[in-house]
Ligand binder design. Structure first.
Ligand code: UD1
Ligand code: UDP
Length: 382
């Protein structure tokens, strides 16, 4: 039996966290030849994930530049992928989510007439400017892909509305697979500042903020609200591992620097991040991945955005949309920090995004698609 050659392509931190368990699952299986290509749209933040999962890419395009633009990322990925695809000639290319790497990776595979599988397919806000440019990236990849691995039923329904009904598999999100390998009981943080925090008697608020559509005034509003929150609640300790984007670094230093209870740290490795999340009181974020992870860990989330493509946890009551204006963000944080009742309403575990078995389902679906299995995998939640 000849092996099916499957190439995973990814470039940023969140794609790496969500694709690493799948790349490892494919590598374990005898029916596949697993090949891994990183674009390195992110460098340090990608390498940190590769280290944690002991994943060694076969190809590394090494494209990252400081303050890179959407056009340069896409162009460098696209031309870099030409050489890789000509050399490796995979039977299937897997891309993840909605970044520029995702779009360029799918487009490159299409240009080489190679089928594409889209992991984390079907998320939508239906607002082309928010999240920007991710909403268009995932729509364009949806149009190119042959196999669509949808985390949730709502994601599948979104694709059906676009008349994409073939090659759909309901798998859960691979981030929950990753989360199950990282969180441990007696975790020790590399940084003393994190080890020394009193997670029981203080209210540790985990913060992240990096989205392009929040650059400028929205980010200023968000950060001003965060500082007000720290000022108003002496029992609050804000921990913000700041994204390496210079735009974000400058804003964080300007609005949140020099405060005794706001801890600005370097990006944390994924084990540190997941274990910090497991111990914190509350999460405030504009990240996509954190909106999926925190509910699984029973932590309330205030989303620092105008919309979300992840409505499942909002429906489950563990996530609320706080927007990008100072006053509502401050009021929502204040309510959760001052009212035990409001807090308890949100602080329960919810797992709408997965059961930790998304990667085996995706691998089974690929095997079935190529005729190596008699049946498709059972759908997530079935
Ligand atoms: C990218 C994705 C976004 C995703 C985010 C996850 C696009 C258009 N955006 O946004 O969807 O949510 O990653 O974090 O694909 N940098 C470093 N070292 C790193 C990583 C970044 O120095 O390891 C700096 C560089 O100056 C780089 C800048 O951050 O130019 C921005 O990186 P980029 O990938 O362009 O955008 P993100 O905001 O990270
Ligand atoms: N993350 C991390 N270290 C950090 C911040 C985030 O490991 O300092 C993880 C987080 O747990 C999640 C992923 O990175 O798995 C989310 O990445 P990010 O917020 O950069 O991107 P998004 O999910 O918004 O695309």
């Amino acid at each position: 039996m000849s092996k099916i050659k499957v190439m995973t392509v990814f470039g940023t931190r969140p794609e790496a966290i969500k694709m690493a368990p799948l790349a490892l699952e494919l590598a374990r299986r005898p029916e596949f030849e697993a090949v891994c290509c990183v674009t390195a749209q992110h460098r340090e933040m990608l390498d940190s994930v590769l280290d944690i999962f002991s994943l060694k890419p076969d190809y590394d395009l090494d494209i990252m530049e400081p303050r890179q633009t959407l056009s340069t990322i896409t162009a460098k990925c696209l031309t870099g992928m030409d050489r890789v695809l000509e050399d490796a000639k995979p039977d299937l290319v897997l891309v993840h989510g909605d970044t520029s790497t995702t779009f360029a990776g799918a487009l490159a595979a299409f240009y080489h007439r190679i089928p594409v599988g889209h992991v984390e397919a079907g998320l939508r806000t239906y607002d082309k400017w928010s999240p920007y440019p991710e909403e268009m990236n995932r729509k364009m990849v949806g149009a190119i892909a042959d196999l669509h691995f949808c985390p949730t039923p709502a994601n599948r329904d979104n694709l059906a509305r676009e008349n994409i009904t073939k090659g759909i598999f309901l798998t859960g999100n691979t981030v929950i697979d990753a989360l199950q390998t990282t969180v441990v009981k007696d975790f020790s943080f590399a940084e003393d500042a994190l080890n020394n925090l009193d997670y029981v008697n203080r209210k540790v608020v985990l913060v992240t903020c990096h989205r392009r559509e929040n650059y400028g005034q929205p980010m200023a509003n968000i950060m001003t609200a965060l500082r007000r929150t720290a000022d108003a609640f002496p029992e609050a300790e804000l921990v913000y591992p700041v994204h390496l984007s210079p735009v974000v670094q400058e804003a964080a230093r300007k609005y949140l620097g020099h405060h005794s209870r706001i801890h600005l740290t370097a990006p944390l490795d994924v084990r540190e991040m997941h274990n910090l999340m497991a111990r914190c009181h509350l999460v405030m974020t504009d990240s996509g991945g954190l909106q999926e992870e925190a509910p699984a860990l029973g932590k309330p989330v205030l989303v620092l955005r105008k919309e979300t493509e992840r409505p499942e946890a909002v429906a489950a009551g563990t996530v609320r949309l706080a927007g990008v204006e100072e006053e509502p963000i401050f009021q929502m944080a204040a309510q959760l920090l001052s009212s035990r009742e409001e807090y308890q309403k949100m602080a329960h575990a919810a797992n709408p995004y997965g059961d930790g078995r998304a990667c085996p389902r995706i691998a089974d679906a690929i095997a079935w698609h190529f005729g190596l299995r008699e049946t498709p995998p059972e759908a997530f939640g079935a």
